[in-house]
Design a protein around this ligand. Sequence first.
Ligand code: PRP
Length: 183
Amino acid sequence: MRITTEKNDIDSVLFSEEQIRTRLEQIAEVLTEEYRDKNPIVVCILKGASFFYVDLCRKLRFPIFMDFISVSSYGASAQSSGVVRIVKDMDKNITGRHVLIVEDIIDSGLTLKYLKELFASRKPASIKTVCFLDKSDCHQCEVVADYCGFSIPNRFVVGYGLDYSDYYRNLPYIGVLKPEVYE
Ligand code: PRP
């Protein structure tokens, strides 16, 4: 691992702060239509979704209950292990409630598939998913987000919550990481 500086390590900007903000407003409008009378539990999948989640929640014009679950499938690796580990579970009982899962990225799809099955076993009134980025060419299982920010090619992206080995999450844009950083 050779992490140096943002200037050295980022190959290009895939989505700027401005592009992120515009797309977020569009998604928030659609969600407001869907959930205005449903009092949903909106769940952040830590840590990657944290920036998207907070920015999205403050644009939602209806009452929500915020909750957080922390899972890990990548550890310090660039490849998904396929095994999802719950680091911290939610606080709230979701039985009978409308649940909106907020994810940053679908890559192999294994994390979201696992979470949807886990949440379904807890008998909510409904489960939907909103995912900021979708690497649709990389899915290793059948999984579709109900709402998606952007479909992206198979590039190693960081920033706006997404990391490589826990670095780069605080970049305000989505950037493509230079291969020499992780190869
Ligand atoms: C990342 C990301 C998603 C998941 C997507 O989480 O935040 O939750 O991987 O990958 P998948 O579709 O291949 O399962 P990670 O396990 O790296 O934890 P983090 O959110 O704390 O970075």
